[in-house]
Structure formats: structure tokens, C-alpha cells
Design a protein around this ligand. Sequence first.
Ligand SMILES: [Zn+2]
Ligand SMILES: [Zn+2]
Length: 119
Amino acid sequence: MVIDVNRTVAYRCPGCGDVRMLEVTPFNTMPSSAFYCSCGEECMTLDKQKDTVSVNSGCILCDGKHNWKIKSKSLWQGKSYILRCRYSGIALIFIGDEKSVKDQIKESNEMVEKIFDNE
Ligand SMILES: [Zn+2]
Ligand SMILES: [Zn+2]
């Protein structure tokens, strides 16, 4: 099966809150990769398993680690994902086409700003 869809993945740094974007293909996430922020913090790891991609990320809000599993097949078929902190609902990882990822980041940044303003 030939799949040539590239996906944009964005992740929020658990240290400084910056959102970084990258392009992934079915090939450059193999077998597992770690992604860092310019502040040096490790943000996200992708671990490709047989049928699933395991996504791990630290969290800017609850200081915990979150893990999500997504089906590789639906990922490369063009499904979009927003992976959220299970406690605060803040989106930490965005996967989709570039435009929708950018829209989601904008929305999420406003949410994060509100949360930090209230503290
Ligand atoms: Zn950072
Ligand atoms: Zn969290």
C-alpha cells in the first residue's frame, strides 16, 4: 500500500508553553522519535507500534505525563486528532492538515492564556 500523505503535528512544550510544528510522514516517525523544544525540554515522543502510534507528552498544566494511542491507519488516511490533557482539557498535541492544525493552535492558545490569567 502506497501512502503519501504528510501530516502536520504540533506539540505544546510542557516547559515554556511554546507550540512547535513539524511534518511527519509514515517514514520519519519510525520506529520512535523524541521531539524537543528550543528551550531544551523534551516535549513529545512518538512510538510506532504495529497498528498504533503511541504518543507521549509532558503537560504544561498538570505537570503529568499523558499517553494516547492512535491508529496508524486512520492517521495516514487523513484523520485529525487533538490530544488533550485529561484533567484540564487543554490541547497538547495537534495532528491534521496544516491549516486546521494552525486554527486549533490559535484557539488553544487563547484557552491557555485565559487559564494562566486567572491564576
Ligand atoms: Zn519549551
Ligand atoms: Zn495534563
